[in-house]
Ligand binder design. Sequence first.
Ligand code: BF8
Ligand code: SF4
Length: 658
Amino acid sequence: MGDLGKYVLPAIVHVNGNGKTIDPSGAEMLELARIDGYSTAFSRAESMKPCPIGAEGACCRVCYMGPCRLVGKNAEQMTGVCGATLSTIVARNLSRAVAGGAAAHSDHGRDLAATLVAAAKGETEGYEIKDVAKLLSVAAQMGIPTDGRSKEEIGLDVGLKALSNFGQQTGELTFISRAPKKRQELWRKYGVVPRGIDREVVQSMHATHMGADQDYEHILMHTIRTALSDGWGGSMLATDISDILFGTPKPVLSEIGLGVLKTDEVNVIVHGHEPTLSEMIVVASMDPELIAYAKTKGANGINLAGICCTANEILMRHGIPPAGNFLDQELVILTGVVDLMVVDIQCVMQALAPLSQKFHTKLITTSPKARIEGATHVEFHEHEALTTAKQIIRMAIDNFQNRSKNSHIPDRVSDMTAGFSHEYIEYMLGGKYRASFRPLNDAIIDGRIQGAVAIVGCNNPRVVHDQSHFDLVKEFIANDYLVVQTGCGSLASGKYGLMLGETLEYAGPGLRSICEATGMPPVLHLGSCVDNSRILTILSAVVAEGGLGDDISDLPAVGIAPEWMSEKALSIGAYCAASGAYVLFGVTSPVKASQAVVDLLSTGWEEKFGGKMEFEPDPRKIYEKAVDHIQKKRKALGIDTKKERVLFDMDARRELSV
Ligand code: BF8
Ligand code: SF4
């Protein structure tokens, strides 16, 4: 067994004494929190049980004749005060959640488009168009002329075209054309091609207002349109413009874990989502004047680390180490050595404010859209981005001397490789002059790779932190399934040494052979949650490469969000299903109350779109369903070559890794 990172992997599964996390560093911090009486999401999840009615989607709050709760044996026959049926209520709740998720991703994309416009006009401080090759490729897809034009002129047109995708009232979003032809035709046939991003989100909110759309099938059809406006709209624009402004990711080796914090340096944590903030914080943290200033305050330097998707953004572009994923955000403060945490939007727990006040940690909000009571607000705008970033780093340095002697940093980190963009994967597979997905398609066709599995999404304290991510990743690669990851799922794998070349030791013989031949690791870090759009781009490219059918729904591929918690995850699931993928969610089902809705999302959507969305709390069943689906697809393609199927055996796998 190779040395995977700096600690031995497997102990985690068995050493995990508290049953809340498999991360030994996390378990260590939770024990300290217990002794010192600090509450965390882990402890609050214990005392705050989920409302069983709301959890299953059966509570309607869309008007104030209610809330109406349809529960009990006769729930299917009951109605709310207005007469709304259970299926209508459950569908409306899901639709509103998807609209919330799509809005979050898309508003993030809008800000990046606005930054590109401002950067192209020379109105920003610190931003420039870094990746001209990506700019040219996106411009070509948008039909924007490039010959004889400066990168600023092209960038301005790309930014304006992107912005117009948000406010458009008619027509189709630009990147719909990136999907396989057959898929586009299917979307047109069912009338779900998004017209404009904002329009679809607004229509979701309108249609689910009291007394509007009251046919669950119709409600969920528009849910698809809204979700597609995220995946092929807001998120895809966010990804592409981030690459244009900050560079398309290439693999980079870094470290991950609470142990990346340093006792002798100013520790700054950047948490949230938009790379506009984090990129400038990275630049400011490397400023020689500020490093010198830190030294005047007794620190040996400035140590930057990330949490959540912001961590992914700066990890894959600069190799900045993540301190952890979603459920690590409070644990990092409990170390007592975080001098400042700077946040922007999404997945930032309000609990950080009271918790940081119990330590010396300064919590800084920066987005005009998001403040937290008790935090200090330093508003961040693109025209003075670097100045503001430096001001924030200076605040951290000034706070270093307020650190108490009572601190505790877990001494574990793991190495991880991150940053596999669509462009890099093509290059890795085919080389500079023959960049292509051909070797991947061939490996899938000849069975060395059985299929591809995207294991993505959040953490959720309702299940053991990182456990399902860890178990599923190991199980899939052991059985020759290539794994791609984004968001907090990718950080989970990073923490346990599963994102390294050495991870090949856990891979089945077929997957290992193709990885050895191409230099591709068996578990690929694709970025943040908006970068799930990279998966759509890759799947479209794999279809275009040929030999695996003519639509995404023909591919032996599955998406899994085993520890999901956010509305964004539901939007991702819905757009992936509408794009032809089978998507499985763990933890809980927000539609469980209505069998009609459950069936529609599964068999109903599969009949129309070839993809479906299912909720399955048991990770073993998730694995089995995913494998069955992939094998079914292989059979349909006539490539069901695998002679013996290795059965799911997570426990044995864990033992193997000890
Ligand atoms: O967008 S995986 S907990 S951080 S929602 Fe949030 Fe979930 Fe993490 Fe990024 Ni995505
Ligand atoms: Fe109740 Fe109907 Fe109002 Fe919903 S919309 S809260 S079901 S009365």
